[in-house]
Design a protein around this ligand. Structure first.
Ligand code: AMP
Ligand code: FE
Ligand code: FE
Ligand code: ZN
Length: 285
């Protein structure tokens, strides 16, 4: 069974609509895919319709922005109730913070590039939470950089002059909210060097104590030595190990199915989550 538990659509910062992502997952030979847009469940309905139509199991998920000691961390949530009011309130606050932050970054960029906020805001489709990829796309359109990746490498990275941080929920609180909403929380790309500082073992222990289910060890941004460290830590703490592609359509080189989650772990997630899978039942065939 091929199970990819990390993919984005244009309901956040992927380049393709949810229907296209789910159809591409089926075409890539996956049995199950999770749609995990940043801080949003807006793509779920469209994704579910396509999952039914093409015959693939869909895990309704999200990648929630959080922070740990000033470092941004991403928490995948699977099968949570998206209407749980405290979670909805936290996400609304994150959306507002992302917007203010993106505006502040555009103001800084506007000193050196002919970029304006309205053009960036338009790139976040239908109220999608705005992120640096939307700024990157506008910089590409202006001819300032050749690609999203180049925009990140040259202009948008955390140590650059245009970077601005944004408020997000503390990781332990985010894990509590996800659990209270019936979701299954997994720390996304916990060994991703080259972003910001890594969360240390002590931080992961704290997240474990707050109710973390697993670590996304199999992700292209975790280098081999980090995978060794995280695998050992997962075993010691009794955390599950997961994998996912972090597909963003044309926005990143990541391909659907390039990292997978084991069927046993997938079964545990299904058993724990508040919502059922939709589309085809992958465990019966
Ligand atoms: P933000 O959520 O605004 O902080 O932006 C982070 C997002 O930017 C991540 O979720 C990725 O989708 C994207 N991203 C980060 N680095 C790169 C890169 N080198 N190339 C393309 N997209 C990237
Ligand atoms: Fe992203
Ligand atoms: Fe992420
Ligand atoms: Zn992601």
């Amino acid at each position: 069974m091929r199970i990819d538990l990390h993919a984005h659509s244009n309901a956040s910062d992927g380049t393709e609509p949810p229907a296209v992502v789910v159809a591409a997952a089926q075409a890539a030979g996956l049995d199950a895919v999770a749609l995990t847009d940043h801080d949003s469940a807006a793509g779920w309905e469209e994704a579910a319709q396509t999952a039914d139509a093409v015959g693939i199991a869909l895990v309704r998920g999200m990648e929630m922005s959080a922070r740990h000691l000033g470092v941004t961390v991403h928490l995948l949530s699977y099968l949570h109730d998206p209407t749980y009011p405290p979670l909805v309130a936290a996400l609304e606050r994150v959306h507002a913070a992302r917007r203010e932050r993106a505006q502040a970054m555009v103001e800084r960029l506007a000193r050196d590039y002919p970029i304006d906020w309205e053009s960036v805001a338009r790139r976040a489709a239908g109220g999608a939470p705005v992120g640096r990829p939307h700024i990157a796309d506008e910089l590409v359109a202006l001819g300032a950089v050749p690609s999203r990746s180049a925009a990140f490498e040259r202009l948008l990275h955390p140590r650059g002059p245009y970077y601005v941080r944004y408020w997000a929920v503390a990781a332990q609180d985010a894990i509590g909210l996800i659990r209270a909403a019936g979701g299954v929380p997994v720390f996304a790309h916990p060994g991703a060097t080259g972003r910001q500082r890594l969360v240390g073992d002590d931080g992961i222990v704290q997240m474990h104590d707050a109710g973390l289910f697993g670590l996304e060890v199999r992700h292209r941004d975790n280098p081999p030595e980090q995978r060794v460290r995280l695998t050992a830590l997962a075993r010691r703490l009794g955390l599950a190990v997961t994998g996912g592609s972090d597909y963003h359509g044309a926005g990143k080189a990541n391909r659907l199915g390039e990292n997978l989650t084991a069927p046993e772990v997938f079964r545990e997630i299904i058993a724990l989550g508040a919502l059922p899978l939709v589309g085809r039942a992958p465990l019966d065939g």
